[in-house]
Each structure stands twice: as C-alpha cells, then as structure tokens.
Ligand binder design. Structure first.
Ligand code: NAI
Ligand code: UGA
Length: 518
C-alpha cells in the first residue's frame, strides 16, 4: 500500500509498504498499524515556496531541493541583504557542509528571491519559516511568542493565492496557531481556494543543521483529520520520503505536533538546567560534574546526551520556547505547570550569574581595570549565531564591574558583537562600550597581558591540545587565571603550567580537598 495514512486517533507513520509500525520504538503509539490505513489520493508537489530565508528556512529548503531535483524550490525573504548573501559565495549562515549543498542545486531547482508574491503565486506548498521571537510589548510581553511575522506572511498568502495551497507551519508556534492561520486565510482570500494547514516543526540544531536534516530522528507532520488534511500530509510526506525512511515520518493531530516542538525544546533545556544545578553542588562539595553526568548517562533510561554542564544554554529558541510554554500554561490557568517550566530558565540565568560571580570573587571581589579575555562569543561552536549567547551576559556583567574585556571568536563578525553589546534604537552607547571592550584578531591577541581567560564557547581551536596555553601563560599577568565554562580544558595540565583554573562543576578555590583525597 503506497502513501497510506492512518488517522484513527493518535500518531502513525506514513508507510510505503504493508509492514506494521514498529511498536518496539519506545514512544510510538501501539494502537495503529498501516495494514488498517487508508490510501489517500493526494497531489504531487511540484513547486515549493519557503517564506523566511533564515537559519531554518534556508538550510531546510536547500536540503529539500537537493533531494528532490524535480521540485522547484524558491526561498523568499523581505530582507534583501540576506537574499543577496544566499545568492553569493558568502552565505548568510555558517553551517558545516551547507555551501556545497547550496552550490549543487542553486540555479537548478533552488532559487533565492525577494519576490515573495511570485513565489507564493506559483507554489502548491508553502513553508512559513519566519521568526517568532518573544513579545517585547503588550499582552504577554516577555513570555508569549510574537506571531506578527507569521500573521503577515499568512495574510500575504491569502492575498496572493489564486490556486489551492498547502500551507506548512515550519516556525515554532504556540499550540493552536494553525487555527488562527486558517481564519486569516479563509477570511482574506478569493472564494473557492482551499488551504490545508499542516504543522511540520523543525528539530535541527545550529552547527549540525545539514547532518540533522540529512538524518533526522523523525519528521513530524500534524494535520486535521479531514480527508483534505490527510491528503495534504501525504503530499508533504512524499517530499521528505525522497531521503527519510517512511517509518520516521510521523503524522499526528495538528495540536499535538505544535505542542511536541515546544515540549522537545523544553525537555532538552530542562536536562541542561538539571545538570547545571548539579554543577553548583559539585563546586561546593568536591564532586566532579563530568563524572556525575557520565555515571547518570550510562543509565539507558537517562542516556548521555545533553548532560554537559556549561556556563548556561543560549541560542534563539530554548529560552523563547520555554517562556512560550510558560505563557501557554498561565493562559490555561495552570500556574504550577507554568512555575515548573519557568524554573528551567531561572536556573539558566542563575548559572550565568554564578559563573561570572565566581570569576569576580577569585579576584578579591573586584575586577575593576583588570583585563579579561573572552574566548568565544557564539552561543555554541560551529555557528556564527550569537542570539542569547551566554557570552553577552558575561561581558555585560564584567563591564558593570569596570573590567577591560577583549573578545575573540573565530566566526562571529565584529559588527555583530557591537550590535549585541549595544542597544541600537534604545541607547546609542557604542562609544561607551568601546572604552571597555575590544575585539581581538586571534586568541593570543585577546589573552595578551590579560588577568583572566574565559572559555565561553567550546570551539575546538580553544582546546589545550590546539591552542598554546604555555605561550598564553607567559604573556599574561600573574597570577594567571583561566575559567573553563565549557569543560574543554585539561585542568591538571593547565595547573602544571602555572594557571589558576576554575572549571564549571569542579571545586571552587575556596574548597580545599587534601591532595591524597582527590
Ligand atoms: N534557529 C534554529 O535553529 C531553529 C529555529 N526554529 C524556529 O524556526 C523559526 C525561524 O527561525 P530562524 O530561521 O532562526 O529565524 P531567522 O530570524 O533566522 O529567519 C527568519 C526570516 O524570516 C524573514 N521574514 C519575516 N517575516 C517575513 C515575511 N512576512 N515575508 C518574508 N520573509 C519574512 C526574516 O526577514 C528572516 O530573514 C522560528 O520560529 C524558530 O523558533 C526551529 C528550529 C531550529
Ligand atoms: O528549536 C530550535 O531552535 C533548536 O534548539 C536546539 O538547537 P540549538 O539551540 O541550535 O543548539 P543546541 O545544541 O540544542 O544547544 C543549545 C544551547 O545549549 C547548550 N548545551 C547543549 C547541550 C549540553 O549538554 N549542554 C549545553 O550547555 C549549547 O552550548 C547551546 O548554548 C535544539 O537542540 C534543536 O533540536 C531545536 O530545533
């Protein structure tokens, strides 16, 4: 049975054989089998439009184009500079392997354009992959997702469409957003045009976007249980089936799909906050967080991933999506649930503050006039993205304490660092910032004459097997401190060179363990 879809209640796989769903997979529902499934006639997608050429829309639809040479994929954006960059040799997003894939299909069946209307008009399937930041004003400010970009893209689709469209929520959105999109589409479009709305959340992580897209753990498609909703899901499933195994393409109801995305991010972030909370206990007791996370991760029910203690999680989504979940819970009159998830974000703020306080207290509680080298400004390695990077919080804190700060990051543009450290439009304080902050051309320059070196991002080039820490030590003020916020340095090796070493999740300098106890 080809392209069969079962909507008998919960989720299922879209299979291309009569084989039953593998119910041995931990979370797959046990009730549905493809032998019971309905064959749904559905269209074959020929033209795709992706609205939003950002970190998600760009890589995702590039891979779709690469894997479906018979589908024309046009990625559009209102940001001319971003589209120009996608059409150049200097892509706006730095992701390992992305340049090659873009080059392999750009101009063939992959196009980047600012002509949003034409791409909408021509497409039979439209991904909405625009930003959904946290609201800064009005109702729900600081928590709720700002759906203004989703709404304006949806209104544009309604206005331009002259034929039936499958509209796919790729952006991360609150539960039941699809319903609002449907109201907008039906209220603003020409009579007789049908819109089928699907939820297809994206799970890629930055820095590994290409490999995540090539080998996803699962592809989630949420749809209404109507015949046309199921047919639309089957059409989208065919697009992914060009390279994803059918049993990894899961369909479920729209609201479950929307909520699953927020839930997955909340659960991932919760693990990091949990291990970071334990890192504070380690620092106070002499336990070692790497040993604790190794021991816990060996339990197959827990698993080893996402248990790396750090200076705090960053990135554009974890905080935003959890706050979104907090707002949703509050709106549903579930204050205990809201408080539970809010604590994950609070713990992250605490971790960043705890780390910078540790640096300051190591210098007899004052870093005024001291030089601090910040190695890494991106929120994680292998990306130039700085959104919600812990480095920003740390630099701002050190600035208020009067320190001189030198920053080096191998990928982040200098202009981006200045944007992150100032508040354009709110307070034009670049000159003030530059009195205390400089940007170095490499790690050695940043560390030259410094009192302390801080590892903020786990770039491989900052490892003690790559960077010459002896040379760095020789050019620093003494005592020379290094604070490892990412657990990438060999503490003993650096101590042997003469460094004072502060590591996340290892005893603070105030805690003395007799040598033969270690
Ligand atoms: N960054 C990530 O790794 C992931 C992000 N997501 C979600 O995907 C969504 C997009 O995220 P990013 O790609 O990171 O955002 P982004 O900010 O990098 O890109 C969004 C793009 O949409 C464009 N845009 C906004 N309104 C538009 C309109 N009406 N017409 C045309 N273009 C428009 C913007 O100019 C921008 O270039 C968000 O909801 C995010 O939560 C989901 C998974 C991973
Ligand atoms: O919705 C999204 O935007 C994406 O958010 C995360 O991806 P991303 O933020 O790109 O990167 P992660 O690898 O999850 O790292 C997030 C932050 O947590 C930190 N982290 C990660 C893992 C860990 O064990 N410890 C830790 O501190 C990282 O350094 C980084 O600052 C999720 O991993 C993706 O599945 C999701 O699609």
């Amino acid at each position: 049975m080809k392209n069969a879809v079962n909507y008998s209640g919960t989720s299922t796989c879209i299979g291309n054989t009569d084989a039953s769903i593998d119910t041995s997979r931990g979370n797959s529902p046990s009730t549905t089998r493809t032998s019971e499934a309905l064959a749904i006639p559905h269209i074959k997608v020929k033209k795709i439009c992706c609205i939003g050429a950002g970190y998600v829309g760009g890589p995702t639809c590039t891979i779709i184009a690469a894997k479906n040479p018979d589908i024309i994929v046009t990625i559009v954006d209102i940001n001319q500079a971003r589209i120009d960059a996608w059409n150049s040799d200097n892509l706006p997003i730095s992701e390992p392997g992305l340049d090659e894939v873009v080059k392999s299909c750009r101009g063939r069946n992959l196009f980047f354009s600012t002509d949003v209307d034409k791409a909408i008009h021509d497409a039979d399937l439209i991904f909405v992959s625009v930003n959904t930041p946290t609201k800064t004003k009005g109702m729900g400010a600081g928590y709720a997702a700002d759906l203004g970009y989703v709404e304006s893209a949806t209104r544009r689709i309604a206005q331009i469409a002259r034929s039936d469209k499958i509209v796919v929520e790729k952006s991360t959105v609150p539960c039941r957003t699809a319903q609002n999109m449907r109201y907008i589409l039906e209220a603003n479009s020409k009579a007789g045009i049908r819109f089928d709305i699907l939820s297809n959340p994206e799970f890629l992580a930055e820095g590994t976007a290409v490999s995540d897209l090539m080998n996803p753990d699962r592809v989630l498609i949420g749809s209404l249980k109507t015949e046309s909703g199921r047919a639309a899901a089957a059409s989208l499933a065919d697009v992914y089936a060009s390279w994803v195994a059918r049993d990894q393409i899961i369909t479920m109801n729209l609201w479950s799909s929307e909520l699953s995305k927020l839930a997955a991010n909340a659960l991932l972030a919760q693990r990091i906050s949990s291990i970071n909370a334990l890192s504070a206990i380690c620092e106070a007791t002499g336990a070692d967080i790497e040993e604790v996370s190794y021991a816990c991760g060996l339990d197959t029910r827990i698993g080893p991933k996402f248990l790396k203690a750090s200076v705090g999680f960053g990135g554009s989504c974890f905080q935003k999506d959890i706050l979104n979940l907090v707002y949703l819970s509050e709106s549903l009159h579930l204050p205990e649930v809201a408080a539970y998830w809010k604590q994950v974000v609070d713990m992250n703020e605490y971790q960043k503050r705890r780390f910078s306080n540790r640096v300051i207290s190591s210098f007899f509680n004052t870093i005024y006039g001291k030089k601090i080298a910040i190695l890494g400004f991106a929120f994680k390695k292998d990306t130039s993205d700085t959104r919600e990077s812990p480095a920003i919080t740390l630099v701002n804190h050190f600035r208020t304490e009067g320190a001189q700060i030198a920053i080096y990051d191998p990928k982040v543009q200098e202009s981006q660092i200045w944007i992150d450290l100032t508040e354009p439009g709110v307070m034009d304080d670049l000159t003030e910032v530059q009195k205390q902050v400089s940007i170095a051309k490499d790690a050695y320059a940043a560390c030259d004459d410094a009192d302390a070196v801080i590892i903020c991002t786990e770039w491989d080039e900052f490892r003690d097997t790559v960077l010459d820490y002896k040379l760095i030590y020789d050019h620093m003020k003494k005592p020379a401190f290094v604070f490892d916020g990412r657990l990438i340095l060999n503490k003993t090796r650096l101590e042997d060179m003469g460094f004072q070493v502060g590591t996340i999740g290892r005893a603070t300098s105030g805690f003395t363990v007799p040598k033969d106890w270690e």
